[in-house]
Design a protein around this ligand. Structure first.
Ligand code: GLN
Length: 338
């Protein structure tokens, strides 16, 4: 850590010197800082590569089992919207549960927060992401970050057929400024074919009268989970929610500090499922993971972090991804509670 601080200090010192002595200092400063930061990210990747040997790639959705467990990548979008990355940061994988953030945002825009949470809680959890027993005992999903609440949330997005999914896709493309983002059809079909547990949850919700319509509403959930992104895209999503829904390049089309506060509070309380409490204790930042191996992190009013490594721990969170985030959080003193 000390080594990093001293490199960073040198960079800041050198930048200050340029600013005070040359007229084209701005360009030089940016370049210098980026270069240092990229060196740091490369080190973070190498320091944590060993963790890709731990954990397992998810295979309950058979198509996900094909991921390379040794992939590891990281990206950050810094305070000024600059993207810096290292490792397999451009490699694409399915967004999975991280899509729940985008679906929640659109459902709230369409219906208002009260309506979306009429039959759903703001609770944390000590149960895995696909737990649904409380639908029977408490009568409602715990929160919109676990599958039960997320399936309900997506079903509340307005539009016929696959329009709700298209709107999630369009918003992800907007946030990342990346029109190349597409669905992975193979993962979608694999998830749809094997998703009986989610299908069961869908029918309980429908039986309770909270979802109207047919399984196309569930398919939209499967589709949104199958959208392919990279660690760089995830860092941009993290930045967006960290900065009142302002895009990394400064675009404010959807700026809404109230929605970003809601999303970040859910990330903090339930974004890492039954590990969320310990994660808040160690990393101390709103974060959301997906079983594809991605984690997106929002450092409020500052930066976004995106990581990718498909070997998961027993909670379904990327093992190396978590370790990289922890190292960055400690290195840059990002923990909100320290
Ligand atoms: N599509 C996955 C599922 O429903 C999402 C779960 C996750 O990423 N934790 O099982």
């Amino acid at each position: 850590m000390r080594k990093y601080s001293s490199i960073l200090f040198q960079a800041i010192f050198a930048s200050a010197l340029f600013v005070s002595t040359t007229s084209c200092a701005q360009v030089k400063t940016v370049y210098q800082t980026d270069k240092i930061q990229q060196e740091i990210l490369k080190k973070v990747v190498e320091n944590n590569r060993k963790y890709t040997e731990e954990g397992e790639v998810a295979d309950y959705i058979p198509e996900l089992g094909k991921a390379n467990p040794n992939d590891i990548g990281i990206a950050i979008v810094d305070k000024d919207g600059r993207v810096i990355s290292a490792g397999d940061s451009e490699k694409t994988f399915t967004i999975q549960s991280i899509s729940k953030l985008i679906a929640l945002m659109i459902a709230v825009e369409d219906n208002g927060e009260d309506e979306v949470f009429r039959n759903m809680g703001y609770f944390g959890t000590n149960k895995p992401f696909n737990h649904y027993a409380n639908l029977e005992t408490d009568g409602e999903p715990l929160n919109p970050m676990m599958n039960a609440g997320a399936i309900l949330t997506t079903a509340l997005i307005k539009g016929e057929d696959d329009v709700p999914y298209q709107r999630v896709l369009d918003r992800i493309r907007y946030i990342t400024n990346n029109d190349k983002i597409e669905i992975n059809e193979m993962v979608y079909l694999s998830e749809k074919e094997t998703g009986d547990r989610n299908r069961g949850i869908f029918y309980i919700l429908k039986n309770n009268g909270w979802i109207e319509g047919d399984e196309e509403k569930l398919n939209n959930y499967f589709r949104q989970c199958s959208i392919e992104v990279s660690a760089i895209d995830l860092a941009k999503i993290g930045y967006y929610f960290a900065n009142h829904c302002t895009r990394y390049d400064g675009d404010t089309t959807y700026k809404d500090a109230n929605i970003s506060a809601l999303i970040q509070s859910q990330m903090l309380i339930a974004g890492m499922y039954d590990y969320s409490g310990e994660y808040a204790r160690t990393v101390g930042l709103p974060s959301k993971s997906g079983v594809g191996g991605g984690i997106t992190v929002s450092v409020p009013e500052q930066m976004g972090i995106g990581v990718y490594s498909p070997s998961l721990d027993k909670h379904g969170n990327s093992k190396a991804g978590y370790e990289m985030i922890l190292e960055l959080s400690e290195m840059y003193d990002l923990n909100l509670f320290r």
